[in-house]
Design a protein around this ligand. Sequence first.
Ligand code: NDP
Length: 246
Amino acid sequence: MLNVENKVIIITGASSGIGESTAKLLAQNGAKIVLAARREERLRLLKSTIEEIGGIAVYKVTDVSSHEEVEELARFAVDTFGQIDVLVNNAGIMPLSYLHEKKITEWDQMIDVNIKGVLYGIGAVLPHMRERKQGHIINVSSVTGHIVRKSWAVYSGTKFAVRALTEALRQEEAENNIRTTIICPGGVMTELVHTVSNEEIKQNIEESLQMALPAEAIASSILYAVSQPDYTAVNEIIVRPTSQEL
Ligand code: NDP
């Protein structure tokens, strides 16, 4: 596909859901994929699946909440393929709870993965992209990066933050020809709900996921953004199930 073939694309959170689906779709379109997440067995299996369909993929076990590991991931991509064309900052967790529950460990984890992980990714690839005067950073936010609801306070806060820092990145790096894209999915059928520890909230989310999109719908949006000509930056995409009101 136009402007996808041979691109070196790092995808964090590639071991399941949106990341996994995006890796497969971009590989099918000729990109060279660097898969990253913590669960090695999942990454190994995905690499094999991509190779079976004639694609190219490598993997590196990475915890995005570690600055050092994310730097190593970027170095690994350059050592393996010589360059990084696209980073998809997709890794995320969603342990929703009410503020009065004071789940401080979960607040910290969401901030570490959903915000700091994205920042570490940007920091790790930016010098390389600035030097080449080209590149594309895609950050996965959420519809909840636009709308806040009860029990979504911290998660929404992290997704608002992803939108804010991506917009600043866009302005700062426009002169360096670096594209940015914010992806805001609505409900998508993935393992994300497994990270919710409040049983009542978890049950509500599971019910609402009856109308959720398949992960492939988000992968298609990411493919669309990547496949545009270099002079076109698709800066934000919101993708909801048609029947989702908020
Ligand atoms: P999944 O739970 O299926 O995928 C999350 C991915 O993030 C997994 O691959 C997981 O891999 C990875 N991950 C979690 N913590 C870390 C970490 N510390 N370091 C590295 N990787 C990590 O959920 P989704 O595919 O749904 O989520 C992908 C993104 O989409 C997230 O940012 C989420 O917030 C966002 N999103 C999802 C929506 C939905 O309805 N599903 C809606 C809106 C946004 P591993 O455990 O192996 O490390």
